[in-house]
Ligand binder design. Sequence first.
Ligand code: URA
Length: 273
Amino acid sequence: MAEHKGKGRGRSRGNARKQRGGGRPPGEPKQEEGGRLNKYIARAGVCSRRNADALIDQGLVKVNDVVVHEYWYNVTPEDVVEVNGRVISPRRFVYLMLNKPKDTITTTKDERGRRTVIDLIDLPPEARAGLYPVGRLDRDTLGVLLLTNDGELAHRLMHPRYEVTKRYLVQTKKSIKPHEVEQLKEGISLDDGMARADMAAYVDSARRDEIGLEIHEGRNRQVRRMLEALGHDVIRLERVMYGNLTTVGVRRGKWRRLTALEVRRLRKLVHLK
Ligand code: URA
């Protein structure tokens, strides 16, 4: 197997291109952009940039038929990049916000044929390909759900390190007592560790069965489990805010594309340029 170990775009890159016979194969769409190899792989929707580094380390990435070991290798629009034997190409990123309705599964495909969040995105199949939900909302949880094919951004948004704020509106069967609201902020012991709300408060001073609650983690059923630990049944759960996004102006079950400004703000939240 040909191996490329040179630094960046030096001699070995030229070798890589020569071995291929130059340029892209017939029918391969022309890429508008190149860039660093790990970023290029992430932009193709294969995986996050960090996982791309691992693929490169394992020798699974070739440029113009030559194995490349440098994450920083500078790919040009004419290069042909293969991961695990499959030619990849960067896609345009798509960023959508769905106002998730009840009875919808947060997955791309459900083996039992139940309605998924992707089923609600009425775009042609090629435009939906590679889109996946960022994080997970339970089947009956409503509200803000981001969908994208930008693996790097999605990976970071889901990572607890970046502490992206999620605000929920929680309705319970019984009244929540003031000391229980305090306890949610102090911390609740769950079977996977302590869980703390960054904010918890009644929404309406006349109602004790509804609170607003903010968390920055995304553990499975976290809000429901926090309330259950206090002996409460959650009868309605809506995510009203995710980072800088809300459902304002988007009807339940509908979606919209994010604006460029919203995408920039999301990227900034997770320290991406
Ligand atoms: N917490 C939950 O319990 N469920 C959700 O869907 C989201 C957060």
